[in-house]
Write a protein that binds this ligand. Structure first.
Ligand code: FAD
Length: 419
């Protein structure tokens, strides 16, 4: 079957969903093809814009953007102004979907608290993760749920006390009884967050937190304050218990990433985007430097999708956007070569956050996010790339993952929407 739309977007991570929604909001008919859920679904749902530059923590991510190399995705799309616009846009999409996102009170990044007891810089987070209220208090309880995997208050407190800014705080361990009987495995914050969506789950959480709320002005919780109604649930708990609640960033599955993905999926649906899930793009037909169709493989067979333009937001190695074999690396759909050093040993650096091919491999693009060949010329005129499939940056070392995905996805959607 051959179907035609204005724009086909491939990938439903933050980059693909931002691109598809932006293009649809500009009046285009958009189809979104996706194989899996992307890393947003397992991430914290916080938007890291730029946390570190050359290993040094940045004070203001937008000011620091001006010093990034020319091939960095932020530099290519116009820097701070474009990124700020994308952030404001995402905030408004989330607000409409029921999640309020918070900037740091002062210029610069938040210092989020993780369930590993580490502090993590991030620019934008859901209100419930905003740690600012901890600055004004001396005492807080660190809460877990009996049998919860990977959330251990004793460990969290020991780790937090290593930070100078928290060393004088008095933290107390709190373990809530497990509300899920006969769990066949250790429970995760996601299990509890889903339970808290039910009336009995909400009642359980409020009642279990009550004794600690009487003793401590701030409660640090794993992300368990609901799923679809998390903002309402968090507001309701804070006001019923008369405390400030801070949700901590959990390891995957990061509940807040799923909350945001749910909001974006609803927005895509409302904007008329035709989303096809479990559809893997396996090949593309290209004629004279233009992509004509991409082909998907689903349980029901192969389909061809024709469009005027295409946005490829297929992620990195983890999501399948990039493929590798000894001595070579390539973009998976169009087989664009990624200039890998022939000696695979040279791909990595002994320093885990050191600069290396492995950390920043991806498609080279121009300022319109169109791919470039070895001579630096555009090789696919109606195709744009966005998000982690792009080269020229190292999201893990910089802490810029969702920031680049959002800003380049939005930018690709805006450019395609104007054509
Ligand atoms: C565990 C983890 C936690 C993270 N936490 C944070 C965080 O807290 N803050 C932050 O800012 N960043 C975080 N990051 C980084 C950030 O999540 C990513 O850099 C960013 O979300 C990448 O988004 P993307 O849309 O480009 O790619 P992805 O999210 O990887 O999405 C790629 C999409 O393309 C689809 N796809 C791939 N190939 C095909 C194909 N052939 N056909 C159809 N579909 C295809 C995939 O199924 C997926 O839907 C985290 C990353 C990981 C792995």
């Amino acid at each position: 079957m051959n179907r035609k739309t204005d724009i086909v977007v491939v990938g439903s991570g933050l980059a693909g969903m931002s691109a598809a929604l932006t293009a649809a909001q500009s009046g285009k008919k958009v189809t979104l093809l996706t194989h899996g859920a992307g890393t947003l679904a397992i991430s914290s749902g916080c938007i890291d814009v730029l946390g570190y530059l050359n290993g040094v923590r940045v004070a203001d991510p937008f000011e620091s953007m001006a010093t990034l190399p020319a091939e960095h995705p932020y530099s290519l799309i116009g820097g701070a102004e474009t990124v700020r616009e994308a952030i404001d846009w995402l905030k408004s999409v989330c607000r409409k979907g029921g999640i309020d996102m918070a900037h740091a009170a002062e210029e610069g990044n938040h210092t989020l608290i993780t369930v590993m007891g580490t502090l993590k810089p991030s620019y934008l987070c859901p209100d419930s993760f905003n740690p600012d209220c901890l600055k004004d208090v001396h005492r807080a309880a660190v809460v877990t749920v009996e049998n919860m995997k990977d959330v251990h208050p004793g460990l969290i407190i020991d780790q937090l006390h290593r930070y100078a800014e928290l060393s004088d705080k008095e933290f107390m361990e709190a373990v809530l009884p497990c509300p899920i009987e006969h769990a066949h495995r250790n429970i995760t914050p996601l299990d509890i967050a889903r339970h808290v969506e039910t009336p009995e789950g909400m009642k359980w959480l409020e009642k279990s937190l009550m004794p600690y709320a009487k003793l401590y002005p701030v409660l640090l919780l794993p992300p368990i304050c609901g799923m679809k109604h998390s903002q309402q649930i968090w507001n309701q708990l804070c006001s019923a218990l008369k405390v400030k609640i801070i949700e901590m960033v959990s390891i995957p599955p990061g509940v807040a990433g799923l909350r945001m993905r749910d909001v974006l999926k609803k927005a895509l649906n409302a904007a008329g985007v035709y989303m096809v899930e479990s559809a893997e793009v396996v090949r593309a037909e290209v004629e004279e430097g233009r992509c004509k169709t991409v082909h998907t493989l689903t349980a029901s067979g192969e389909d061809a999708w024709e469009a005027d333009s295409f946005i490829i937001a297929t992620g990195g190695l983890l999501s399948g956007g990039i493929s590798t074999a000894p001595g070579k690396a390539w973009e998976s759909i169009f087989q664009l070569s990624l200039d890998a050093p022939a000696d695979t040993e040279a791909w990595s650096s002994p320093d885990i956050f050191g600069s290396s091919f492995f950390a920043s491999m991806g498609v080279k693009v121009n300022h319109e996010l169109k791919p470039l060949n070895g001579e630096g010329n555009v090789c696919l005129d109606n195709v744009r790339f966005a998000g982690r499939v792009l080269g020229g940056y190292d999201f893990a070392a910089e802490k810029s993952g969702n920031g680049v995905a959002l800003a380049t996805g939005r930018y690709a959607g805006m450019l395609a929407g104007k054509e």
